[in-house]
Design a protein around this ligand. Structure first.
Ligand code: GLU
Length: 522
């Protein structure tokens, strides 16, 4: 085997072992920042022939929210970000929900105690409050349980061994804390940020396990990532402060740590702060993939219900923090997989741009086939268009899609394709409808009647001949025709509109609407 093919082979082998996970906590609906994290995990996995796993991190039972897990699964499904393995799918490393793995964690906590990397702490919440208050009085606002303060607390480092045993036997409640080393630099190479160095003096002795039998996020996360053979941890920037502890936990267990990649924050459009769950409805755009109704009855709107196509949403999201390094902006999911790499993810926060989001939606709507748009239109509009054939709807979509952002715009902008207008554009009536207009339109109506093969080309040819005979310009006459048939001052090709409506309907409208406009004018 030559050098190159050997290298290729090795790359392939290492690709196979790429295993990433999206690990949301079911504490509420999935924010679009979370969807982006899932997307980057998915893209990275697919790019490397790896496995994308969905794991539900529900160790914090106090923050559990009914329906959140179902929401996460449904939202990912709508986006087309399908896990290969995990909650709701299965796989060899399950269960994929931490509450169902509960029994698994205690031996790991015990292992850390045995190796001197963790200790029991018996301090009650009153004890901790008292310490915080005392520190505050001494002008030290951020009291932490750490390498300094732990020496004056009630834990297995300060209490005699038999006392510790007595308390444990007694069933006293306790937590297991990580024994953070004093004044050590923890360093790791983040795939997005490069080298990160944090001194342990800035990190507290985090709780890993509680006597109620539940691990905390930190312990469960590390144990699961290790036992699920996760190769890369791709997650939001808000977890960066936890990473040094995680690195030390891997060391304490004697395990190889996965590679870390902390994605940039999603910022408000003005760049002022993190995009929060209430920003969306306040600033007029959704922050969630799909609608969410909170238990308190508060509604948060989603992209799906606002009429966004999932492809547009995903495409827009991918660009919040990543760019392909070319000018291409429209990417199918498959193209995105091909183009994606973590080293093109920026570390700077990404500003959400509502206009750009709409632009993506427009591009996707235009790229949709007429037949799929027609199906969506039927679902969206329902009864009002139920009597129209599929062909008719497809043609209507063809005419209107360039002017629409959302599927429903095809109906609202092109309502005249489905019913005779009752309103007539005021500006066109006042500016274009002159003295001779009534007569002119009546004559044109007669011409229309003579067209036997009523298609757009024939209507156009006839119209041009009519203009020639009248020695009039198109700019004077076409707006009148449009006004009579559609009630509008602008729109797609009038010849195509009239052809779609058909001869009978076009003539009916001429007959009915000419007098209506005359009346309006008078
Ligand atoms: N459960 C954490 C969350 O809700 C996941 C953090 C991680 O990916 O390690 O975001």
């Amino acid at each position: 085997m030559n050098q190159l093919s050997l290298r290729k082979n090795l790359e392939f082998m290492s690709d196979k072992s790429v295993r990433v996970r999206f690990a949301p906590s079911p504490t509420g609906p999935l924010h679009m920042g979370g969807v982006r994290t899932a997307l980057y995990n998915y893209l990275f996995a697919k790019k490397h022939n790896g496995t994308f796993i969905l794991r539900i991190e529900d160790t914090d039972q106090n923050r559990f929210v009914e329906g959140a897990e179902e929401y996460i699964i449904e939202a990912l499904k709508w986006c087309g970000i399908t896990p290969d393995e995990g909650q709701g799918i299965g796989g060899d490393y399950g269960p994929y929900k931490q509450s169902e793995r509960k029994a698994m964690y205690k031996p790991y906590a015990d292992q850390l105690i045995a190796s001197g990397n963790a200790y029991y702490a018996f301090d009650t919440s009153e004890d901790l409050d008292r310490m915080r208050k005392q520190a505050l009085q001494m002008k030290m606002p951020n009291w932490q349980y750490n390498s300094v303060t732990r020496t004056s607390m009630q834990n297995s480092l300060t209490l005699p061994e038999d006392e510790v045993q007595k308390r444990l036997d007694n069933g006293d409640s306790y937590v297991i804390r990580f024994k953070m080393p004093r004044n050590e630099d923890v360093r790791f190479e983040d795939e997005i940020r490069g080298w990160v160095v944090v001194n342990t003096n800035n990190v507290d002795d985090k709780v890993l396990y509680k006597s109620d039998g539940m691990p905390t996020y930190h312990l469960a996360n590390i144990v699961d990532d290790h036992t699920m053979k996760i190769s890369h941890v791709i997650r939001g920037e808000e977890w960066l402060p936890s990473a040094p502890l995680h690195v030390l936990l891997y060391e304490a267990f004697g395990w190889d740590a996965p590679k870390f990649a902390h994605c940039p924050l999603l910022l408000r459009p003005d760049g002022n702060g993190k995009l929060s769950k209430r920003d969306g409805d306040r600033l007029g755009f959704p922050v969630f993939p799909i609608d969410w109704l909170s238990a308190e009855g508060e509604k948060f709107s989603g992209y799906r219900e606002q009429g966004y196509l999932p492809g547009a949403f995903i495409n827009m999201l991918a660009f919040l923090g990543w760019n392909p390094g070319t000018t291409q902006e429209i990417f199918t999911l498959v193209e995105m997989v091909e183009a994606f790499s973590l080293n093109r993810v920026s570390k700077a926060g990404a500003k959400f741009d509502a206009d750009k989001t709409k632009w993506f939606q427009q591009q996707y709507l235009r790229a949709e086939s007429e037949s799929s748009l027609a199906k969506l239109l039927r679902i969206e509009v329902g009864d009002a268009i139920s009597s129209f054939s599929d062909e008719y709807l497809e043609q209507a979509c063809h005419l209107m899609k360039e002017r629409a952002t959302f599927v429903e715009d095809i109906y609202s902008e092109g309502q005249y394709l489905f019913e005779n207008p009752t309103d007539f554009d005021e500006k066109t009536v006042s500016k274009k409808w002159k003295e001779e207009a009534e007569e002119l339109m009546k004559e044109w109506s007669k011409e229309l009647e003579t067209i036997s093969d009523f298609d757009a080309i024939n209507i156009e040819t006839s119209f041009k001949a009519f203009l020639e005979a009248k020695e009039m310009g198109i700019g004077k006459v076409l707006p009148l025709f449009r006004l009579v048939v559609t009630g509008k001052g602008m729109g797609p090709s009038m010849f195509e509109i009239s052809a779609l409506l058909g001869k009978e309907e076009s003539l009916k409208r001429m007959e009915k609407n000419i007098p209506a406009i005359v009346k309006l004018k008078g």
